[in-house]
Ligand binder design. Structure first.
Ligand code: FES
Length: 167
């Protein structure tokens, strides 16, 4: 057996040896390019499904970025996730307009009906639940985004059925 590199230990058990090598060469392909860090993080998230600390460490190593900077970028942009996500991402808008027109009720119903906490994944692995500040459609509040679909003027009583149509 050859040397067991730090990155090999820290990636276990999520990735096989082959996958680790594949991810490394994928990351290398961004090295030195403009916007390399964000692009590499996107690629790593698509590859692994999310960005756990060992993957962030690997990104930092392969691209020669300080680990603190990598963490900073991942925590700043909402499209990066350090936790596994469900198959579908539900984002309930809780900006002012949506909040006063039922956003909070929508959120409570989803938490109750899907048995899911904010920031968590449902037991069946189908849904992740998050909130957003403003979806940019205040006149059509309340708004719920599911993956790339924006549902407007959502009736809280119908939200669970809407979500269940995503399987
Ligand atoms: S507050 Fe919800 S879309 Fe603006």
């Amino acid at each position: 057996m050859g040397n067991v590199g730090v990155e090999e230990k820290i990636l276990e058990p999520e990735l096989s040896e082959e996958q680790k090598e594949e991810l490394k060469s994928l990351l290398q392909s961004f090295k030195g390019k403009k916007g390399a860090l964000i692009q590499a993080l996107h690629a790593a998230q698509n590859f692994v499904g999310y960005l756990p600390p060992p993957v962030l460490k690997l990104v930092a190593q392969e691209l020669d970025f300080p680990l603190s900077e990598v963490y900073g970028v991942v925590t700043f942009y909402h499209f990066f996730s350090m936790k596994p996500r469900g198959k579908h991402l539900i984002q309930v808008c809780l900006g002012t307009a949506c909040y006063v027109r039922g956003g909070q009720e929508i959120l409570s119903r989803l938490q109750r009906d899907l048995e899911i906490e904010l920031g968590e994944v449902s037991k069946d692995g189908l849904y992740s639940l998050e909130v957003m500040r403003c979806a940019g459609a205040c006149g059509l509040a309340p708004v719920v985004k599911v993956d790339n679909d924006v549902h407007k003027r959502v009736n809280p009583a119908q939200i669970t059925d809407i979500i269940r149509s995503y399987q």
